[in-house]
Write a protein that binds this ligand. Structure first.
Ligand code: GYE
Length: 324
């Protein structure tokens, strides 16, 4: 009798220990993360931020897939995550359209989709639990507003003489390419003399940016402004401008997006004029969202990132503290 009492007491203690442990240590979750590729400094910073945040979390296990900028690779990766029965899929869409079917498959398998950075098209967003990242339309508008002020402050724009503008677009069909183009035009429409005479896809890469800028300059050596959808393409274009015997930042006003270190250095050197910040350090936010999801909390449909802009007035002071 006495012995049974002891056994029961031990069992009770063990049950308390197990249940306390269950409360203290959340269940390990497997996170499938499909990244776009490694097309830019921005992307590298984003990949490292997300990978570090997940791998430094002892309650999360990451399954990583690099799509190398090919949508079919990403669709395959999502299907393999579904097969593996991961707990959550982290996903940045290369382009907006073409993911509906695979997202529906994930939904049927009850696997939540958390998006970071680039969203899918509006009609497919109901498959997605939340998206965190930047407001790309606002970024394009900031670029337009910066240009309007710069032209005015420097007495370049009298409102009637045409301003010859070239645009290096990001990957065709990608949300930041569509939205940044839109945002810039939202401002340009109030300046009828601004002429976007050249606009082409530079795929967000430095090599494409350089190549396309070379072609622009061959067709039109009098370009006054370059609006690039990311700094990487702007940096490639700066090379092309120099090789054409022109001075980037002086003969041609250069505006980029992202605020990566390379662009800061170009601004400080006087070879570029402005960059609109787009924060790639989304890892901590993504992990927070996964924790909240696992704890049964409801996530907001949109989590915005707060950002700034940099030009010759503030780039040098900010450069030493930049993280990417
Ligand atoms: O601007 C660019 C990258 O999706 C916001 O993708 C991101 C963009 C970023 O390649 O540098």
């Amino acid at each position: 009798m006495k012995r049974w009492g002891k056994v029961l007491a031990l069992v009770a203690v063990a049950m308390v220990v197990v249940s306390v442990a269950a409360i203290a240590a959340p269940k390990t979750w497997v996170v499938g993360f499909t990244q776009v590729g490694s097309e830019s400094e921005w992307r590298t910073a984003d990949t490292i931020s997300v990978q570090d945040s997940i791998t430094n979390d002892p309650t999360l296990v990451m399954v990583y897939s690099d799509a190398q900028q090919k949508q079919e690779n990403q669709i395959k990766a999502i299907r393999s995550f579904i097969q593996r029965k991961v707990n959550v899929i982290l996903f940045t869409a290369i382009v907006e359209t073409g993911y509906g079917t695979v997202l529906q498959e994930a939904q049927k398998a009850h696997i939540p989709i958390v998006m970071i950075d680039r969203p899918v098209a509006k009609e497919d967003m109901h498959y997605v639990l939340t998206i965190m990242g930047s407001d790309f339309i606002k970024e394009g508008e900031k670029a337009g507003n910066w240009l309007a002020k710069y032209l005015k402050d420097n007495g370049i724009d009298d409102g009637s003489t045409p301003i010859d503008i070239a645009e290096l677009q990001g990957t065709t069909g990608a949300a930041p390419a569509i939205d940044r183009a839109q945002g810039f035009r939202n401002i340009a429409k109030d300046h009828p003399n601004w002429q976007i005479n050249h606009s082409q896809d530079g795929d967000f890469t430095s090599s494409q940016g350089k190549q396309v800028m070379e072609a622009f300059l061959k067709a039109d050596p009098k370009i006054q402004v370059l609006f690039a959808h990311n700094d990487q393409m702007a940096l490639g274009a700066i090379q092309a401008i120099k090789e054409a015997g022109l001075q980037p930042g002086k003969d041609i006003i250069i505006i980029g997006m992202d605020a990566v270190k390379g662009m800061f250095q170009a601004i400080v050197a006087g070879e570029a004029n402005c960059t609109i910040e787009c924060n790639p350090l989304l890892g901590p936010q993504a992990v927070q969202a996964i924790h909240d999801l696992r704890a049964g909390k409801k996530l907001p449909a949109r989590i915005w990132t707060i950002e700034s802009q940099f030009d010759a007035t503030n780039a040098a002071a900010a450069l030493p503290t930049r993280q990417y």
